[in-house]
Every structure is written in structure tokens, then in C-alpha cells.
Design a protein. Structure first.
Length: 429
């Protein structure tokens, strides 16, 4: 199994409507599957499905699942089989009665439910407790994702040992039928975002602060590295308390800033919009073609970069390309799917005549070069004279004496990925 994962998590007490809305507002973090778990008095019920959040209507959800505490998840698969979308969707669970029709999975009366954003790069030679656990479990794992392993590790050893022992990157939200609270934990590095917020006097949680604002809540603060947060009932409201388990070693994921997170989001005290604008300004300071007629971008994350570039260089800004559907080709389950999705969604706006024009096209990154090839194809088809394609970050996957670049902490571009543009074209790009 390859290391892969990038997702969004939410926590909401009392109100399934809030849980559902938080998930909808987190859709930018994953569109392959979604799911919600609800804790009731005598167990945990789960519904998860293939597709986007709104593919399972709220009216249906209300009829099938009720509880006092909710956790939820949107996923694009980066670990485990791509073919078993609903089975590998979150929340993962221990115990319960499962009904699985391949599109919707229902679980009734689970003991534990967990949602996870990140990746656990498991190495059995280093983590003997995990190896022993897997041998003990045998074939009892329901899915082939790393998250289910983490659930069993928690069940065997508890949340503190999990945080001390497990490497990698993760934000976990966990329901335990024995507890009247949610456990949310963030690894010591803090690669993945997580925010606490308040709505109607109770605590909620989401990967980004924007969904909290979008449902009428107020962000409180980001969860800190190496911190466990407990969200539980105090009198009539859900409050939170924390425990610092390991020393923090802060890192950040640049892909959160330049691609994944919404531009309105604040990460590590920095607004994503401002980081993207600074990237555009840096590009402008490094290259300014004398023959450019327009500057534009590959929708949609690089828009602030292109605007800032235009302001710095004086090259007119135009929104020449558009997406017919707000789906991200990077999150496609395979290379063929990514290319197909681009062909179905990325087009040139008919209002612009680019015949004999020279374009500067800005993208947030070059990973597999799919977007670049689509942009060039569309531009040539419409008679563009020349296209300068600028990337706000260095090409992903270039090999160095220290090994292949890439990500083993939760973005779907693991070291050694043969689809990397850098693997195919090297320094010729």
C-alpha cells in the first residue's frame, strides 16, 4: 500500500445539521467520499458514502442517524485501495453491525469510530507494537486503510500511547462508546490543520476555520502540535479541555498554503490569501516577459498569485480559463482519472480572443504536468502565439543525492511516484 491521504474532519455536538453543514464547507479537502458518526447512549452509528457530501441528502441523513456527538469526514483517497471507495471511507470503526452495498455503508452499534487527516507511514521494523497488533488482528480489519490500524492501536493502548508512539502526520477525531466526549489529537509536527470554534455556546471543530465561520460559529484557535483536545458536556454546553502529551516540533505543509486550503483560511497565524499573493509577487520579481499580453491562472487556487503578479508587473489580468465544475484534478484516484477530469472541466472562456496573443499562465505547482498540458492544448487550439507557464513553487519530485522528493506525510505524491513530471522531463522543464 502506498502512503496517501488528504482529507477534512469535523466535530459537532447536538446538531446533525451543523455537522452536515461543516462537512459541506470542508468539501475542498476531499470529494471522493464522505461520512458521519453519531454517538448515542448505547453505541455509535455511522453512515458513509461514495461521492460528495450532498450526494447523501440531509433529509435522508436525519432519518437514519441521531446522537449527542458527531464526527465527520470528507476524503480523497491517498492510502488503501482506490476501488473500495465506500468501504475505505471514514469514519472507520471497531465493532457494530455493518451493511455495505458498495455505495453506502451503514454501521449500527459500533464501539469506536475515528476520522483521520494525514498519513501513518508504517514501518514494521521500527514499530514493534504495531507489528504485534496487526498479527493479533489477523484478517479482522474491515478496510485496507491506515486509519483503521490507528483505531485498533487506540483501543489497545489508549490515546496517549498512540500519540507518543505513532509517527507521521495526523489529526484524529475519535468517538468511544465508553466516553461522553470526543477526543481530537494532533501530531507533534502539526502538518495538518485543525481549528476549535464555538457556536451557540458549544465547541465545534474543523480542519479549517472557514467552515466554522460559514455555519455561524466563531473560531477560537488552532489545535497545537502534540496536543489532545477533549470536547465534552459541562452542564448544558459542550466545552473543551486539553492535555499536552509530547513535545512539539512544528513543521508546515506548503501544499496547504498554495493549494488545498481555502484562501479565506488562517494557518499558523498566516492568512492563506496573503501567502498566495506573496508567491505571485515573488514570481513577478523573478520573471517578467516583455512580450506578454495577459496574465491569467489555472483555476482556481492560483488566482491571488496571478492578481498580485499582474499588479507588480503591469501586465493586464484576465480570467481566461474556467472550470465547469469545482472539482480538483489532483484529487483524482488515478492518472487516467485526473486527465479525464481535466478534459471534462477545464476550458477557455469564449469571451476572450487569444489569437496571436502571448499569455502568462500561473499555477500553484507542477506535480504531474496534467494541468500544464491541458492549458497548452487549449491555448494552441484557440490560436495563442505563446504561453509562459509559471509555477509558484519548485517542481515536485526532483531527485537529489538525499533521495526522491515527494510526500509521505499525507499528500498524494509519494516519493518514487512515476507520474511526477520531474521524473519524465527532469531539468528540461
Amino acid at each position: 500500500m502506498k502512503p496517501r491521504e488528504k482529507c477534512g474532519i469535523i466535530v459537532a455536538p447536538y446538531n446533525i445539521h451543523d455537522a452536515y453543514k461543516l462537512l459541506k464547507e470542508s468539501q475542498n479537502r476531499g470529494r471522493e467520499s464522505a461520512g458521519i458518526a453519531a454517538k448515542r447512549e448505547d453505541g455509535i452509528d455511522i453512515i458513509k458514502w461514495a461521492g460528495e457530501v450532498e450526494d447523501f441528502k440531509l433529509e435522508q441523513l436525519v432519518r437514519h442517524i441521531k446522537g449527542k456527538l458527531y464526527i465527520g469526514h470528507v476524503r480523497y483517497s491517498t492510502f488503501g485501495s482506490k476501488e473500495s471507495v465506500a468501504t475505505n471511507a471514514h469514519p472507520h470503526h471497531i465493532g457494530g453491525v455493518v451493511t455495505d452495498d458498495g455505495v453506502i455503508v451503514r454501521v449500527r452499534g459500533a464501539d469506536i469510530a475515528v476520522v483521520h487527516n494525514g498519513n501513518f507511514p508504517y514501518d514494521p521494523s521500527k514499530y514493534t507494537d504495531v507489528e504485534k497488533l496487526l498479527k493479533d488482528l489477523g484478517s479482522r480489519l474491515y478496510s485496507d486503510t491506515d486509519t483503521e490500524i490507528l483505531a485498533h492501536y487506540y483501543a489497545r493502548f489508549g490515546e496517549e500511547k498512540l500519540m507518543r508512539d505513532i509517527p507521521g502526520s495526523y489529526v484524529l477525531a475519535l468517538l468511544d462508546s465508553r466516553n461522553n466526549y470526543v477526543i481530537v489529537m494532533k501530531d507533534r509536527f502539526g502538518f495538518k490543520p485543525a481549528w476549535l470554534g464555538e457556536k451557540d455556546g458549544s465547541i465545534i471543530c474543523a480542519s479549517e476555520d472557514f467552515p466554522i465561520r460559514a455555519i455561524g460559529g466563531e473560531p477560537i484557535r488552532e489545535i497545537r502540535e502534540g496536543e489532545i483536545v477533549y470536547i465534552g458536556l459541562e452542564e448544558t454546553k459542550y466545552k473543551y479541555w486539553t492535555r499536552k502529551v509530547v513535545e512539539s516540533d512544528p513543521h508546515f505543509c506548503f501544499f496547504e498554503y498554495n493549494y488545498f486550503s481555502r484562501w479565506e483560511t488562517v494557518l499558523n497565524g498566516r492568512r492563506v490569501l496573503e501567502v498566495r499573493r506573496r508567491l505571485g509577487e515573488q514570481l513577478a520579481s523573478e520573471i517578467k516577459p516583455d512580450d506578454a499580453d495577459f496574465v491569467t491562472y489555472a483555476p482556481a487556487a492560483p488566482k491571488p498569485m496571478a492578481r498580485a503578479y499582474s499588479e507588480m508587473t503591469g501586465i493586464p489580468f484576465r480570467e481566461i480559463f474556467f472550470k465547469r465544475r469545482q472539482k480538483r484534478s489532483f484529487q483524482g484516484p488515478s492518472q487516467d482519472d485526473r486527465i479525464k477530469l481535466l478534459e471534462e472541466t477545464l476550458f477557455i472562456d469564449d469571451r476572450f480572443d487569444i489569437r496571436d496573443k502571448t499569455l502568462v499562465v500561473i499555477d500553484d505547482s507542477i506535480v504531474r504536468m496534467n494541468v500544464l498540458e491541458r492549458i497548452i492544448y487549449l491555448s494552441e487550439k484557440r490560436g495563442a502565439k505563446k504561453v509562459y507557464f509559471l509555477s509558484a513553487t519548485p517542481m515536485i519530485g526532483i531527485s537529489t543525492k538525499n533521495g526522491d522528493h515527494g510526500c509521505k506525510f499525507g499528500v498524494d505524491m509519494p516519493p518514487g511516484d512515476e507520474d511526477f513530471a520531474a521524473k519524465k522531463f527532469g531539468n528540461s522543464v
